[in-house]
Structures are given as C-alpha cells and as structure tokens.
Design a protein around this ligand. Structure first.
Ligand code: GTS
Length: 218
C-alpha cells in the first residue's frame, strides 16, 4: 500500500497514528506530496483524490481511498480485529459520531481558520480567502474544545471507555491547534490531561518521523 502524505500535516498524522496503532508500518510506503508547493492541486494528484487533499491511500490494485475516516476504517478492518473503529454496533455508532463531531467542531474548523484567516499555505495555493469566515471557525473550534472538555470530565476517551478513531481525530485537531498557535484554554484541564496522556502513546510520538522525507526540513 502507498499513502500520499505530508509529514507535518495534522490530517495525514491521523492516518499515520492509525498505521502505527495497527502495526502496519512495514506494509506501507509513504509518498511525500508538498502542500506548500501546491503539489496536491495538480491534475495528476486530483485524479487520485478529487478533493485535492491529503492523505490518500493507494491499494496494490490501484484503488484510491481518500478521507481519514475511510482510510482508518479500511486499515482497521484488514486483520479482522477492529480496534479503532468499534467492534459492536454501539461502539461503531459512537465512534463514528464522535469522530465526525471532532471534525466538524474542532479539526475542520481550525483548518478553515488556517486557510482563510492566516497566510495558510501561501498566496500561490490560497487562491480564495475569507478572513471573517476563518475567524468565526476559530471561535467554533474554541467552543469545540470546551465540548470535548465536558466529555473528558466524564469518560477516559472521546467515544467512551476505549481509545479509538475518535481520539485520533481530536489529536489531529490539537496538533493543528498547536500549528496555528491556538492553545487549549486553561480551563480545559481534562482535555489537556487527556492530550498529555495521548502524547505518551508511541503511535502519537512517532507520527512525524514515520514518514518524514530525507530532504524535508520542516
Ligand atoms: N476531509 C479530509 C480528510 O479527512 O482526509 C480533509 C483532508 C485535509 O484537509 N487535508 C489537508 C490538506 O490536504 C492536509 S494537512 O492540512 O493536514 O496537511 N490541505 C490542503 C488544502 O489545500 O486544503
């Protein structure tokens, strides 16, 4: 399998964490796509993923699977022992809901803020920006952090009692928050404590070095 990837990207990090959690490193070859150069908007790349985003999984039969959740579901199902996306119908439903909520309320909101209210990937890539929309999404992400604070006051993981894809999505959100200098609010102590715990997981610690291209400096 190949994964089209950018080593500092918060979304690709989600899939690299899933790869490590599933111990699939030896089965994956990472192919670096430089977002700052707009390599994800070329016709060649758009043929792999219509949305022009990373990551993308390419199977050995030439099938392309985009979207972090879809890739994670594929990887998790490979060995017949799902550990990230749920075993029972209830677990599956809860994990899917909480992962989607983490995208809507946190990670995607920060991404919009980055692309619209900051220089983002630079003028050659950011062809349309709407700063007001970006700042609104920043406020939404901060509200999202408070939502996950309330969740984590009641349970050890985002979707309940076990680590799952939903945790990985919130981790992606907080990685992106750090990149745009958006700190976890001081009053969100449970969220910060959970994040500190998450950073002790080898999959999270090794997420950058796993795919960093030799020539990349940042
Ligand atoms: N919904 C997609 C998913 O879950 O895979 C979003 C993917 C996404 O936005 N990826 C970012 C991207 O390609 C990668 S990164 O920001 O984390 O590095 N952004 C480039 C762009 O131009 O939107």
């Amino acid at each position: 399998m190949k994964i089209y990837d950018w080593h500092t990207g918060p979304y690709p990090a989600r899939v690299r964490i899933a790869v490590a959690e599933k111990k699939l490193q030896s089965q994956v070859r990472f192919v670096s796509v430089d977002l700052r150069k707009g390599e994800h908007k070329t016709p060649e790349f758009l043929a792999k993923n219509y949305s022009g985003t990373l990551p993308v999984l390419e199977l050995d039969d030439g099938t392309f699977i985009a979207e972090c959740t879809a890739i994670t579901e594929y990887l998790d199902a490979l060995d017949g022992v799902p550990t990230l996306t749920g075993r029972t119908p209830r677990e599956k439903g809860m994990i899917h809901m909480m992962s989607k909520r983490a995208e809507l309320e946190l990670l995607d909101a920060i991404s919009v803020y980055f692309h619209h209210a900051t220089p983002g990937l630079g003028p050659d890539v950011e062809v349309y920006q709407n700063a007001e929309w970006g700042f609104r999404q920043c406020d939404k992400a901060i509200r999202g952090m408070h939502y996950f604070e309330d969740i984590l006051k009641k349970q050890p993981f985002i979707a309940g009692e076990i680590f799952s894809m939903a945790d990985i999505t919130v981790i992606g959100g907080l990685i992106f928050a750090q990149l745009v200098n958006l700190p976890v609010p001081a009053e969100c102590a449970a969220l910060q404590a959970w994040y500190d715990r998450m950073q002790e997981r080898p999959s999270v610690q090794n997420r950058v070095t796993m795919s960093k291209p030799a020539e990349a400096s940042s």
